[in-house]
Design a protein around this ligand. Structure first.
Ligand code: PRX
Length: 652
């Protein structure tokens, strides 16, 4: 976070109150109703969350709403028995939603598939019976490496139905990353696909999994989904280990009883980057996650029976889990799911999809909005977007300019914009406007959601106007910790302020109206196009290369991605920093992590700026990379290094 950002938001005074028309039909009918409900959620969370949970199905009611006896490992709805798949699918079968579209899937080549809640139930049951037939049991970890095809959403629901723990690995990750995750979670099964389409090109996936699990003993079976209508993907099927999904489910019964699970049974693991080289397996459980994603989806997106909800996130990330799959489905929404790139076959593809299905709610990332802006207004103008009534953003701070463009060009100045701040660890949306209630300000995630007690504090735990974002009370979908590493959970999120606050790792500002402005990460995590990348992950990749002595990676401003990465690399003696070597290092990052983690720039340097005690001064590297005047350099051991680096970086 730098002072420039604070200045920008300090001068952002525009406010956009909800229209009377929106307010009249919204779930929450105005500021007073919000205040009353918010106060109740803070003063009496047990009653508040107990009432919300009662809107969902429980096979056995909970004994206690929140159990804080093992702080910070909070438990919710303990003693209760439920099932998230049941609540997302079966619960909707007896009534008007039975034949309503649940998933409206659009393939990149233009093929499409609509599954009603009845269809979804049938397919999930067959899938569940298929998985059971190959030995998948409650508690088993199932790694999922699938593109954005309907079977991905079904795979989540299927695992939830039988109590298996799913862990989706985003299809952009490399074989090495899949392997690391599989080993960490000790997965027994993989669900993958032969391939998918990306910008008109085939994306072969199965070979990645083959490479990832070679010599990995824990994997028993691999289920392979065949991309419908496509026969172009390379795919070897290894007898005895691999099975085609269509053969597995073909003769299965279309009924499969749900597992009655404990509220605290694990639902999924999702790996996310932190400040070390090793990604963390963030754990979420059935009951609390269900209740929180259900309520946030209902109120933040103001979901109504007739809505068509289009979330552009990939299910490989938390947004796709919580707000493409579970949250909206728990509300019986009709969800649009798109397989491919936003600019294929042309830059208007998202708008074509909005028009084609009459989407009413559209949820995307600021990085996408900045790309749309750059491509120009002519693309959205070619399509009828009048069905839209609500817009959302997530993943990174949105700059006011992009917000205004979204508001004017996509929302025709009619649609409220919900800028939602949250994280993999929070499970669901934490700071957000409520449409119909909260006047919005471009660039602010505005106010805390029900039950969220947020503050901005300094290192000493004193409340300030600008500082660190912190959350006081636990909420139902707070992560249950880091898989296999309870200490890391305590150290990362609860170490400061005597464990009184959950610390998300973001800097923030609070304005005179009590609005929160999240300014970005304050740790060594960089948010590239809304995806978290730990700088330490790249650094540990570089040092594996025989020519590299040391490296430091920093986040830099990027016009479209929000942030990009700049890598400063010192080579071993007598090694020359050539363009070929840069390509080799890029390839190594693609192999070890994935292509999306490639830095914007690699700079070879004779040394890195360090303090006299040997600590790398990343702040100075950021100044150099962004071409700013250098901050305080008095603690530098050797000031000549930054001077030579500065010259070199600007030539590069
Ligand atoms: O820095 C914040 C940023 O994204 C981080 C969480 O990343 P991840 O776990 O991958 O989840 C992304 C999708 C929820 C946060 O720590 N972030 C997310 N939403 C916003 C945001 N920063 C500012 N404004 C937001 N609306």
């Amino acid at each position: 976070m730098d002072t420039q950002d604070i200045d920008v938001v300090l001068h952002e005074n525009r406010a956009f109150p909800p229209s009377q028309e929106f307010q009249d039909q919204a779930h929450i009918s105005g500021r007073e109703a919000y205040q009353a409900l918010y106060q109740k959620s803070i003063d009496d969370p047990d009653t508040f969350w107990g009432e919300v949970a009662s809107e969902l199905h429980w096979f056995k009611k909970w004994d206690q709403v929140m159990d804080n006896s093992e702080k910070p490992f909070f438990k919710w709805f303990t003693g209760g028995k439920t099932n998230l798949c049941y609540n997302c699918v079966d619960r909707h079968l007896d009534g008007p939603n039975r034949n309503k579209a649940a998933l409206i899937w659009e393939g990149e080549p233009g093929d499409s598939r609509v599954l009603t809640y009845f269809d979804l139930h049938r397919e999930v049951c067959k899938f569940a019976n298929g998985l059971k037939s190959i030995g998948v049991k409650k508690g088993d970890r199932v790694a999922i490496y699938l593109p954005m095809v309907p079977e991905l959403a079904m795979a989540l629901l299927t695992c939830a139905r039988i109590g298996a723990v799913h862990s989706v690995v985003f299809a952009g990750f490399s074989a090495d990353s899949i392997k690391d995750r599989i080993l960490d979670m000790d997965a027994k099964f993989v669900i993958t696909g032969d391939g998918s389409w990306r910008r008109g090109n085939p994306l072969h996936l199965k070979s990645m999994v083959d490479e990832a699990i070679e010599g990995v003993d824990c994997i028993e079976k691999v289920v392979v989904v065949k991309r419908e209508n496509s026969n172009v993907f390379d795919c070897d099927i290894q007898e005895g280990r691999d099975l085609w999904y269509h053969n597995l489910v073909k003769d299965q019964s279309q009924n499969c009883p749900v597992e009655k699970l404990d509220s605290e049974d694990m639902l999924f693991l999702l790996y996310t980057s932190g400040t070390t080289g090793k990604p963390k397996g963030i754990m979420h459980t059935q009951g609390g996650y269900m209740v929180y994603t259900y309520l946030t989806a209902k109120y933040v997106f103001d979901l109504k029976p007739e809505d068509v909800y289009f979330c552009t996130a990939d299910i490989g990330w938390i947004t796709g889990h919580s707000y493409l799959a579970y949250g909206p489905l728990a509300n019986a929404a009709s969800c649009v799911m798109y397989e491919g790139a936003p600019n294929y076959p042309d830059n208007g593809r998202f708008w074509e999809i909005v028009e084609k299905y009459g989407a009413t709610i559209f949820y995307t990332a600021p990085t996408a909005i900045r790309a749309f802006m750059k491509w120009g207004d002519q693309w959205p103008e070619r399509h009828d977007l009048s069905s839209l009534r609500l817009l959302g953003t997530v993943g990174e701070p949105i700059n006011p300019e992009a917000w205004m463009w979204y508001h004017k060009v996509i929302g025709a100045e009619q649609c409220p914009i919900v800028d939602t701040w949250w994280q993999t660890e929070t499970g669901g949306i934490m700071l957000t406007p409520l449409p119909g209630v909260t006047p919005t300000k471009p660039g602010s995630a505005t106010l805390p959601f029900f039950g969220v007690d947020a503050a901005v504090i300094n290192e000493d735990g004193e409340e300030k106007q600008a500082g660190l974002l912190a959350i006081r009370k636990p909420w139902p979908s707070i992560t249950r910790g880091v898989y296999g590493d309870p200490e890391r959970f305590k150290e990362t999120y609860w170490c400061n302020w005597d464990g009184k606050y959950y610390f998300p790792g973001d800097g923030a500002k609070i304005d005179d109206d009590g609005y929160f402005w999240v300014l970005g990460r304050v740790d060594d995590v960089v948010n590239v196009s809304g995806h978290r990348i730990g700088t330490a992950e790249l650094e540990s990749v570089y040092v594996e290369h025989p020519t590299v002595a040391e490296s430091a990676v920093v986040g830099i401003k990027h016009e479209i991605k929000g942030q990009g990465l700049a890598s400063f690399v010192t080579l071993r003696e007598d090694i020359e920093g050539t363009d070929e070597l840069k390509t080799e290092l890029d390839e190594l990052v693609a192999k070890k992590i994935g292509k999306f983690a490639k830095p914007e720039k690699i700079i070879f340097t004779l040394d890195l700026p360090k303090t006299r005690s040997g600590k790398i001064m990343r702040r100075l590297l950021r100044d150099i990379a962004e071409g700013r005047a250098l901050g305080n350099v008095t603690t530098l051991a050797d000031p000549s290094i930054v001077e030579s680096l500065k010259g070199q970086y600007s030539e590069d």
